[in-house]
Design a protein. Structure first.
Length: 406
């Protein structure tokens, strides 16, 4: 095994001399300073395959073009700051070009590959095109990490793409080809499966629900904040409108009126950071909020956390919640997307309908006042993690889903 580190992200390539590569994991998104959910998924899937001695390779736009990758980074930087209208078209088309180039090289040299797992529709499209040109028999699975049934819709929601633009239609057309052309579509939640099936009902027969999975964290290194006389409530995510950290600041202000031990820690960076810092000052809670920036390993924050809070307005299956319950940290979250499949109300946390500050804060106060309830929920978190969100379960189900019908 060769482990390569570049730009702070670790990539794993498994090279086997006597056996050809059998599994190819490919992602349009890679080599970023902030680890996104699809990267976390790939890392744990590859770890499972490694343990099972199944040869595999991980391909990103940078895999076979290190010098060109640096040029691409510079182009991406300036396209997003000097030529704003080119930002996402440049981002997607260049990465798509490099992915297809890398795929063709690895698949041409390893025709024994029988499974290709694409992490986004454009990677899946590249795999379909290379498979057709090389006349391969490999089966292609598309894993849906998006929060919307379409990557184009997700970019519109984020304000990075104008609906109805030329590039919007370019992207939606290619997404449709990918969804209809792949052999298997894997969803990490029933929520996103239902949303995609509304848009593409034709793909129902090749759809599978496989929950995300991670490894067991080092619980012996956990030092919960309440042992030190304070309560850290933690949130992990990009500081942006979709993640809705403004709501958590309102909750913290409400809690501060009754309990001075609560601290809100926000891990992540984003364009809303300055706004959120000013908003915290306007609420008079700047001393109760810590903006911790980018933390390479979210487990560092979860080691201290008393409670995990999640306020996203739209979310598929956030890894941050899985990591929290793996640590035995109860969760209070807004009931959106696939979160109700991860947090069972009253069992390992609480769900709140709508942006109800009083109800959200009330559940946190309930756990503050009832230590027995907190301990019970903490144990339930560990139970649900072992039953549903262990990476070995995810890996086994992935292989079974690909082998069952083929």
């Amino acid at each position: 095994m060769i482990i390569v580190s570049w730009e702070g992200v670790i990539w794993i390539f498994i090279l086997v001399k006597e056996a050809k590569v059998r599994v190819c994991v490919v992602s349009l998104f890679g080599q970023r300073k902030i680890t996104v959910g699809s990267q976390t998924y790939c890392w744990w899937l590859i770890k499972f395959l490694t343990e099972k001695k199944i040869p595999c390779v991980y391909i990103t736009p940078y895999t076979f073009n290190p010098p060109v990758a640096y040029i691409f980074l510079i182009l991406s930087y300036f396209s997003g700051r000097v030529f704003r209208f080119l930002d996402d078209p440049c981002f997607f088309t260049l990465r798509y070009f490099f992915i297809k180039k890398g795929l063709r090289k690895i698949l041409n040299n390893n025709r024994g590959i029988n499974i290709i797992n694409a992490q986004d529709p454009l990677s899946a499209l590249a795999a379909l095109e290379v498979k057709r040109v090389l006349r391969l028999k490999a089966k292609i699975a598309l894993t849906i990490h998006m929060n919307f049934p379409s990557l184009a819709e997700e970019e519109v929601y984020a304000g990075k793409l104008r609906k109805g633009s030329r590039f919007y239609f370019w992207l939606t057309k290619r997404e449709r080809i990918s969804f209809l052309g792949v052999d298997r579509i894997i969803f990490p939640s029933n929520y996103i499966a239902k949303e995609v099936l509304k848009k593409y009902p034709e793909v129902k027969g090749k759809s599978r629900i496989i929950y995300y999975g991670i490894g067991d964290p080092p619980l012996n290194s956990r030092h919960p904040s309440h042992a030190l006389g304070k309560r850290i409530i933690l949130n992990i995510g990009t500081l942006c409108a979709r993640k809705n950290q403004q709501f958590l600041l309102k909750v913290t202000q409400r809690l501060s009126k009754k309990n001075g031990l609560i601290e809100l820690h926000l891990i992540g960076e984003g364009k809303d950071k300055a706004f959120l810092e000013n908003f915290a000052r306007s609420l008079g809670i700047e001393n109760l909020v810590q903006f911790r920036g980018i933390v390479r390993n979210a487990w560092q924050g979860l080691k201290e956390a008393w409670l995990y809070v999640h306020s996203s307005l739209v979310d598929n299956a956030p890894f941050a919640i899985i990591e929290a319950i793996a640590f035995g940290v109860p969760v209070v979250a807004l009931s959106v997307g696939g979160i109700p499949e991860m947090v069972k109300h009253g069992y390992n946390g609480y769900l709140v309908e709508g942006e109800d500050v009083d109800t959200f804060a009330g559940y946190i106060e309930e756990l503050l006042d009832n230590e027995a309830k907190y301990i019970s929920m903490s144990q339930n978190c560990r139970n649900i993690f072992k039953e549903r969100f262990d990476y070995r379960i995810m890996g086994r189900e992935f292989l079974l889903s690909m082998q069952k019908d083929f």
